[in-house]
Design a protein around this ligand. Sequence first.
Ligand code: XMP
Length: 321
Amino acid sequence: MQVQEIKTESLDVKSFIEMKTGEITETVGKDLAINALSGGVDSAVVTMLGFKALGNKLKTVFVENGIMRKGEPARVVRLFKELGVPVDIVDARERFFDALKGIVDPEEKREAITRVFYKEVFGGLVKKSGAKYLLQGTNFTDIEETIAGIKRQHNILEQLGIDTKEQYGYHVIEPLIQLRKSGVREVAKGLGLPEEVYNRPPFPGPALAARVIGEVTLERIEIVRGATEIVEEELSHTGAFQYLAILHQDRVTGIRNGKREYGLQIEVRCWESKDAKAGSPSRLPYELLEKLSKRITGEIPGVVSVTYNITKKPPSTIEAI
Ligand code: XMP
């Protein structure tokens, strides 16, 4: 299927919302639909469109995969409760860590996450609830990157030849597939979502696993989760497109309490970008970089080195894997 992009400049938000809610109502008919809310702008918009179209025929879940940022499940559930949308938390932590055990290859990691998410977690939920449709927030850039062979985005299925009905037992509806992130943000505003949602920096589907080089274990996720919290606290005021912390696989010799410590390395990235297609590292003040290094090495156990990425996308990409 050839997907036609709707450029943000020519997007008519009101009629887009009307058209998409109409399409969802018509497609789902008398059946039930299910969708996963991660807290990002794409899944938030899909949740609101789905809820508008289907009301209580839509079951929204937050999949607690163990690789999200600190406090994320509670934050997301609270926010949507305030908007009148009920969200169930599904605990799938063990499944995700089991599936990621021993994997170091980036594409294999992405594949494992896709498999657990769509086949195991959603396959099971769909069977239990009797839902026939999954609504999800795939956008135009996700398709483009996957087809171009840059990265397999966790939510690309059909374009990779996956027949979801046959393989997982449900059809997928993707109302945002023609939009870039900037267009999705406009629709979020149009749906009355709060600024904390429509201006939220992007966060990848494979979550913190996209920021761990090498094996993803609970211990290594805890390290990158801690570093992420510090980076977000220190850089949210910059207005940058996205900022993140990456845990490296290689260790380096450092010094702690006057003794040698063969420790961990964290890489910080902070991006200026319009739509994630290309990006440049933000020219952060040196004092801010020093503060990040001091906090990360002081607060995260085992980290002895902090670096800042100064490479543009391309040839870098925004996430590490
Ligand atoms: P990259 O790392 O490819 O990221 O330069 C481009 C943008 O996409 C986000 N990203 C993802 N989003 N599923 C998503 O929904 C994914 O698998 C995925 N991988 C990367 C990334 O955070 C950036 O904004």
